[in-house]
Design a protein around this ligand. Structure first.
Ligand code: NAP
Length: 314
């Protein structure tokens, strides 16, 4: 494993982080693979050298992470978890945030969270998050229950990063979680220059998602972009593009291309990988540790997707 410094937090984090949410939720979405397998997956991640575990109160995986880290020295891993936004009309907003954090601490079996985020903040909610929730988070940090404060965007609702662009004009957040992948590299121009200037830590989500783990979905997206005239007709055939990406990159799978694309982006500190499959986890860590994609591949991706800021990869 390789390790990096997560912006101004100074935390030494593995360049691959385990995402305990997303479509897989450690294989537990809809109870698919069960808790025992999920605990084993988190332990596998630790064995592979991953020390960054990202979960959230809404994923239903905090207890699994808690079981997997029980008995492991607390300084061997970094816990990132999130609070869903309470309603602005909630009668006790501060109490609700405190209750959420206490519940996360209990399920995770720890007495502090390394990075505590506001979860999926949309542009319409940003003022509320900043004015009503941030002061509460700061008080919790003063009490030692949180080390660093983060915010994650709602990438599906906000694929051009309006919330993050607004939030990064100020200097409030230690860490941000950003949707970035080869289908929508728009954070390169609109987010990363600001995070780098302020030394805000950057966690990359949506590196692969469904479109880059299922070649038929990618073909569908390319056909749709061609039909809409976003990609000039006959400029690129889906089959040819996928073949080109794999051959030129000397990659075995499309997820490998997608993870390498993100991992070597200047501005990304850590790439989250979400899976319920131990074989995928092993392969993904291997991909994240492989060299950058060759220039010819980066150039082709720039030609095809470089100007897009509305795809998510779902
Ligand atoms: N707003 C937010 O705060 C927010 C939103 C979304 C995500 N997140 C965080 O970001 C993390 C990463 O996002 P993500 O989970 O969507 O991750 P991702 O790594 O982009 O995509 C995960 C999807 O790809 C599949 N996959 C992974 N590796 C594969 C492989 N080698 N071959 C084939 N399929 C593969 C997984 O299915 P399998 O289970 O079959 O491998 C899963 O469906 C989440 O887990 C969560 O922690 C945060």
């Amino acid at each position: 494993m390789e390790y990096t410094t997560l912006g101004r937090t100074g935390l030494r984090a593995s360049v691959a982080g385990l995402g305990c949410g997303g479509p897989s939720r450690l294989g537990m979405r809809n109870g698919a693979r069960g808790e025992k397998n999920a605990v084993a997956l988190v332990r596998q991640a630790l064995d592979l050298g991953i020390n960054f575990l990202d979960t959230a109160e809404s994923y239903g995986t905090e207890a699994v992470v808690g079981k997997a880290i029980a008995g492991v020295a607390r300084d061997r891993f970094i816990i990132s978890t999130k609070k869903a936004l309470p309603s602005a009309r909630h009668s006790d907003i501060e109490g609700e945030v405190k209750r959420g954090l206490d519940q996360s601490l209990k399920l995770l079996g720890t007495d502090y969270i390394d990075v505590y985020h506001l979860h999926g903040v949309e542009p319409k909610d940003y003022d509320f998050a900043r004015e009503r929730l941030m002061p509460v988070m700061r008080r919790l940090r003063e009490q030692g229950k949180i080390r660093f404060i983060g915010v994650t965007e709602g990438f599906v609702q906000d694929p051009s990063h309006q919330m993050l662009q607004q939030s990064l004009r100020e200097d409030l957040w230690d860490v941000v979680m950003v949707g970035f992948n080869l289908l929508n590299p728009s954070a390169r121009g609109s987010v990363f220059p600001m995070t780098q200037a302020k030394r805000v830590g950057v966690l990359n989500m949506f590196a692969v998602r469904r479109a880059l783990s299922q070649p038929d979905r990618l073909k569908g997206i390319l056909t749709d972009l061609t039909r809409k005239g976003v990609i000039p007709r006959n400029a690129v055939q889906a089959e040819d593009l996928i073949d080109f990406l794999l051959t030129e990159s000397d990659a075995t799978t499309l997820p490998e291309v997608a993870y390498r694309f993100c991992r070597h982006e200047h501005g990304v500190d850590l790439v989250l990988t979400g899976t319920g499959n131990p074989e995928h986890l092993r392969a993904n860590v291997e991909s994240i540790l492989k060299p950058p994609l060759p220039g010819s591949v980066l150039q082709k991706l720039e030609e095809v997707f470089g100007n897009l800021d509305y795809l998510t990869g779902n």
